[in-house]
Design a protein around this ligand. Structure first.
Ligand SMILES: Nc1ncnc2c1ncn2[C@@H]1O[C@H](COP(=O)(O)OP(=O)(O)O)[C@@H](O)[C@H]1O
Ligand code: SF4
Ligand SMILES: [Mg+2]
Length: 333
C-alpha cells in the first residue's frame, strides 16, 4: 500500500496574465503505516498542496500542469491515479481512499447541522446501508475519539470545545476507513494540552489502522514527535527530505538548518538567555519565481551561482536512508 506523488506541478493564477507554481515538481511518497511530515513556514504552499492532492482547489484559481498522484490501497483492493480520474469519480475517492483533516475545524464543520448527522451523512454518501446502521457507526467513531457519541450526537459544533470539534473532524475523516490521511495543521488552533491529545489520537489511529499519514505542520518539534520522514517545503519546492531524526540531527540545507536553529529546544548550540535566532526577511510571492533558488533572498550562503533553477539531488550515504537536498552548496552547512 502506498501513495506516490511524482512530477507534481500545480499553478495558482494570480490574475489573467500571471501565475506561480505553488506546488512545483514535487516528489513525495507515503507507505502503509508511515507518517511523513510536510514542514514549512506560513505561506509556503502546504495547504495548497494538500488540497491539490485531492483536487479540491477551485479551478478558476488553480491549474494542474503535470504529475501523478498514485494510490495503491490493499484494503480497498484499488490502484488509481487521482490526477487521471474523471471529475465525477473524485467524490467516490475522497474520504474512502484518502481523507483530509482541514486546518480550521471552526470553518470546516457545518455550523447549523448536528455533528452526528454530519458524520452519518458522510457515511451514507459512500455506503448503501440503513440510516440506523450509519448512525450507530457515527456514534462508535465519536466514542473512539473520546467523545460520548450517544449524548453528543445531537450537539451543534458551537456547543463543543475547539479540541472536541477537531476530534469530530478526525472521526469524520476516519469513518470510511481510508488508506491515507492528510492532516493539515490539525493542532494549530488548539492549546498545548489539547494539541497533545489530538497528536496522540492521530498516532493511535496510525498504529491501529496502519494507514499512511501526510502530516502538514509549520512546527518542526511536532514533526519530530510524530513523523518517520520529513519533507521540508519552501515556496512550493521540497528543499530537503529524509528520515526525520537524521534530518534534524544533521540538516544539510541552509533552510532546514535555519529552521532548526530558530527552535531553541531543537538547536544543539542554544545558550539560555541568548537572543533567539530568526531567519531574516519573510516569504514573498517573488520567492516562487523561476530562475533562482527559492530561498535565495533569505539564505546566509547565497551567491551569484544560486541565480538559476536548483535541482533536488540525492545524498544517500551507504547504509542510510536517502536524503534529498535542493542546494548547490550542501557540504559545509
Ligand atoms: N485560494 C487562494 N487564492 C489566492 N491565493 C491563494 C489561495 N490559496 C493559496 N494561495 C496563496 O498560495 C500561497 C500558499 O498558501 P498556503 O498553501 O495556504 O500556505 P501554507 O498552508 O503553507 O501556509 C500563499 O501565497 C497564498 O496566498
Ligand atoms: S542554492 Fe544557494 S541560495 Fe539556495 S539554499 Fe543553497 S546556498 Fe542558499
Ligand atoms: Mg496552511
Amino acid at each position: 500500500m502506498s501513495l506516490e506523488i511524482k512530477n507534481f506541478t500545480v499553478e495558482l493564477r494570480k490574475d489573467n496574465a500571471s501565475s506561480i507554481n505553488v506546488t512545483d515538481d514535487l516528489y513525495l511518497k507515503v507507505d502503509e503505516g508511515e507518517v511523513v511530515s510536510v514542514v514549512g513556514e506560513s505561506g509556503s504552499g502546504k495547504s495548497f498542496l494538500g488540497l491539490s492532492i485531492l483536487r479540491l482547489n477551485p479551478s478558476h484559481i488553480s491549474n494542474i500542469i503535470s504529475g501523478e498522484v498514485k494510490i495503491r490501497c490493499k484494503s480497498q483492493n484499488e490502484e488509481i491515479d487521482i490526477m487521471k480520474l474523471e471529475p465525477e469519480k473524485l467524490i467516490g475517492v475522497r474520504g474512502r481512499l484518502i481523507s483530509m483533516i482541514f486546518q480550521d475545524p471552526n470553518t470546516s464543520l457545518n455550523p447549523v447541522m448536528k455533528i452526528g448527522e454530519q458524520i452519518t451523512e458522510a457515511i451514507l454518501a459512500h455506503k448503501k446501508i440503513p440510516k440506523k446502521e450509519a448512525k450507530d457507526i457515527a456514534i462508535s467513531y465519536l466514542d473512539s475519539m473520546n467523545i460520548d457519541g450517544k449524548s453528543r450526537f445531537a450537539s451543534y459544533p458551537y456547543e463543543l470545545s475547539g479540541g472536541m470539534r477537531q476530534r469530530v473532524m478526525i472521526a469524520m475523516a476516519m469513518v470510511l476507513n481510508p488508506c491515507f490521511l492528510i492532516a493539515d495543521e490539525p493542532t494549530t488552533a488548539l492549546d498545548v494540552t489539547t494539541s497533545l491529545q489530538v497528536l496522540k489520537l492521530i498516532g493511535n489511529i496510525r498504529k491501529k489502522s496502519n494507514i499512511g499519514v501526510i502530516f502538514i505542520t509549520h512546527d518542526l518539534t511536532i514533526a519530530k514527535s510524530i513523523s518517520d520522514r520529513t519533507y521540508v517545503f519552501y515556496a512550493g519546492h521540497v528543499m530537503e527530505s529524509g528520515n526525520t531524526e537524521d534530518l534534524i540531527n544533521n540538516p544539510m540545507h541552509p533552510y532546514t538548518f535555519s529552521l532548526i536553529k530558530s527552535v531553541p529546544s531543537l538547536s544543539a548550540d542554544y545558550v539560555p538567555k541568548q537572543k533567539l535566532f530568526t531567519i531574516p526577511g519573510f516569504l514573498k510571492k517573488d520567492d516562487f519565481s523561476k530562475g533562482k533558488c527559492r530561498f535565495y533572498s533569505r539564505c546566509f550562503k547565497r551567491d551569484d551561482e544560486c541565480l538559476r533553477d536548483i535541482p533536488l539531488k540525492s545524498f544517500t550515504d551507504s547504509g542510510q536512508e536517502a536524503r534529498y537536498v535542493r542546494c548547490i552548496k550542501v557540504n559545509n552547512v
